[in-house]
Design a protein around this ligand. Structure first.
Ligand code: COA
Length: 376
């Protein structure tokens, strides 16, 4: 029997930056066949931050949106926790930068969680477990997953760059309830990491795909146990994955199909009907690290509506992974957070390839001149 936390997601807010580039434009100026980026990797558009945008401003914008459509106020928040891999400081947590923007202080626990792209999921689980423990009393948690995923120029990961944030209020489960049982798997590895002081991540790209697939197999194997894989998977209306780039998710589903001997047709149908539609927004913004999975979940909740069962597979390099189950609540009928995405995508400006090269050159200069990117 499915056991649900009493508390859940009471409100959702999403935020994306004001610039972007179509990966076909990027391919043109990098002199690469655009089909490699669109068909080979499954990418569409990369979200890019303007000069005044970063993981703090994106996180604060998503948080304001989540707070606006919640029936509580800042006084009702007893915890702010931010999952990110775009830390602004080695000591001061991103939660302090964002709390400052929001004017949130007082009897509030405030901290940052790091485990690559898995950090946002850990932050959400901790908030749910904090509520379940009774320690929260009647206070709610503000959980934020915010990242700027920018790869080095001409790096293999460059077409998978992106930026965005998702904020959750953890209180009554009006947007979604979360299952208590989850299925974690971790194994120390160097598949993707960013040494202290370095601006861009180092990625062993092919190895990261192997680690991700291994995690998919183990998390789903725990969930399925001795049951039939096909019948367990059929219980979900949507199956969301962490999305570094859409082709990686397709490979993960292929691995799942092979491991459980689902057959090519069943696996293909599973991907086409339950997985691919959840990535519609991810294709518009690129990899958003901690926020990437939750962008897909937000889309699935909106598409499926109240009562839908949604699986969420979280992966963070290093590596740690966890498979969660959610049940959409009544607020999924209106899905007010869809307006956040529509508004930000409609307002953003897409750069030409040449403008992008200038953007990267300006950023090189900025990195040299402002080694500590303080926002306060
Ligand atoms: N037309 C269509 N498809 C093409 C193509 C073309 N002209 N050229 C290449 N492709 C396909 C390749 O066949 C391949 O697809 P496949 O893997 O299904 O076979 C895909 O495009 C990528 O090509 P590849 O040669 O492997 O690209 P690459 O050496 O530049 O590296 C990654 C690809 C994925 C390793 C690289 O983009 C990367 O490191 N990405 C970041 C990984 C990441 O995010 N890891 C974090 C995990 S959380």
């Amino acid at each position: 029997m499915t056991r649900l936390f009493d508390a859940g997601i009471a409100s959702l807010g999403l935020a994306f930056p004001s610039l972007g580039i179509d990966v076909r434009e990027l391919a043109r100026v990098r002199d690469i066949d655009p089909n490699k980026f669109t068909l080979g990797l499954g990418c569409g558009t990369i979200a890019l931050c303007d000069q005044d945008e970063n993981a703090v401003t994106l996180g604060a914008k998503a948080a304001r949106r989540a707070l606006e459509r919640w029936d509580g106020t800042l006084e009702d928040i007893g915890m702010i926790v931010v999952g990110t891999e775009t830390a602004a400081d080695m000591s001061r947590p991103l939660s302090a930068f964002i709390a400052e923007e929001l004017g949130l202080e007082g009897a509030v626990r405030s901290y940052e969680v790091k485990h690559a792209c898995y950090g946002g999921t850990l932050a959400l689980r901790q908030a749910l477990e904090w509520k379940a423990s009774g320690a929260a009393g009647d206070k709610a948690a503000l959980v934020i997953a915010s990242d700027v995923a920018l790869y080095g120029e001409c790096d293999g990961g460059e077409p998978t760059s992106g930026a965005g944030a998702v904020a959750f209020i953890v209180d009554k489960p009006t947007v979604a309830a979360v299952e208590i049982d989850s299925y974690a798997w971790s194994k120390p590895a160097f598949d993707f990491w960013r040494p202290v002081g370095e601006d861009y991540p180092r990625v062993d790209g092919k190895f990261s795909l192997d680690c991700y697939n291994e995690a998919v197999e183990h998390c789903f194997a725990q969930r399925i146990g001795d049951a039939s894989a096909a019948s367990v998977l059929s219980q979900y209306d949507a199956i969301c994955f962490h999305v570094p780039f859409p082709k990686m998710v397709k490979k993960g589903v292929t691995r799942l199909g092979e491991h459980f001997q689902l057959g090519e047709d069943v696996t293909g149908k599973l991907f086409a009907e339950k997985v691919d539609p959840t990535m519609a927004w991810n294709r518009e913004v690129g990899n958003c690290y901690t926020a990437a999975l939750w962008i897909a979940v937000a889309r699935a909740l909106a598409d499926q509506g109240p009562g839908a069962h949604v699986a969420a597979f979280s992966y963070g390099s290093g590596f740690g992974a966890e498979l969660l189950g959610l049940v959409a609540g009544d607020a999924a009928a209106d899905a007010a957070w869809v307006a956040d995405v529509e508004q930000d995508l409609a307002a953003r400006r897409l750069l030409t390839g040449e403008e992008y090269l200038d953007y990267r050159a300006a950023r090189r200069k900025e990195v040299r001149e402002v080694p500590l990117r303080q926002t306060a």
